[in-house]
Write a protein that binds this ligand. Structure first.
Ligand SMILES: [Zn+2]
Length: 218
């Protein structure tokens, strides 16, 4: 472990400070969006995937962005952003739902690795959101851990209006916004944001266009 500890004079406890990152959040975002433009235009270069990169990063990793995305097989971050080994710190769950393990992993990426950018990546036609929509609409109950997923996505579905594919995408966008709120409620992440060490951005991927849109969130 490589935590940078500094006494916090107010509470006499210790705060975790990240290592200075190589690039800024804005540079990281540009790099991702450029890669996505290449992907959508069918002009990928598949960077950082060869043997030399694999050997180079045995010394240590310095990924420049955390991607919290959906498990959907059609939305693999390294491919849709045209990135390679050691570039992205990827965490995925159905509907990119956040639990303690996921939150802890994101905090680790920020506090331990000093990653300057967190992307919460939703997408069109999300199966997890669609299922939640159906279950809520028909007032069905779900057993097992899938029930936890549905319960977590339900507030976003409740906020979406209307029916059909458009409202499912609307709920998926609301879900991203609620997930960002959950991340910002983390003391570790909110401290890092306040200190200018990391930034959280909402994004939405269109399956058919192959493009990632940055969401304007309050
Ligand atoms: Zn999904």
């Amino acid at each position: 472990m490589n935590f940078y500890l500094k006494p916090d004079s107010e509470s006499q406890s210790f705060m975790i400070l990240p290592e200075p990152s190589i690039i800024s959040a804005d540079e990281a975002l540009n790099r991702l969006l450029e890669g996505n433009q290449r992907f959508a235009a069918n002009k990928t270069i598949g960077p950082n995937r060869g043997e030399s990169r694999r050997l180079e990063i045995t010394k240590g990793q310095q990924p420049y962005a955390i991607i919290l995305g959906c498990v959907d097989s059609r939305v693999p971050p390294e491919l849709i952003f045209d990135q390679g080994l050691g570039d992205l710190f990827v965490i995925r769950s159905a509907g990119q739902v956040i639990d303690d393990a996921i939150l802890g992993s994101i905090e680790f990426g920020v506090a331990e690795l000093g990653i300057p950018l967190i992307i919460v990546l939703g997408h069109t036609r999300c199966g997890a959101v669609t299922t939640t929509f159906e279950i809520v609409g028909k007032n069905l109950s779900v057993e097992g851990a899938i029930g936890t997923l549905v319960e977590t996505i339900k507030p976003a579905v409740d906020q979406a209006k209307g029916h059909g594919e458009e409202s499912i995408d609307q709920a998926a966008r609301k879900n991203v916004a609620l997930e960002i709120n959950r991340l910002k409620a983390s003391p570790v992440l909110s401290e890092a944001i306040k200190a200018g060490n990391t930034k959280i951005v909402g994004a939405f991927y269109d399956l058919s266009a192959g493009l990632v849109e940055i969401m304007a969130l309050k």
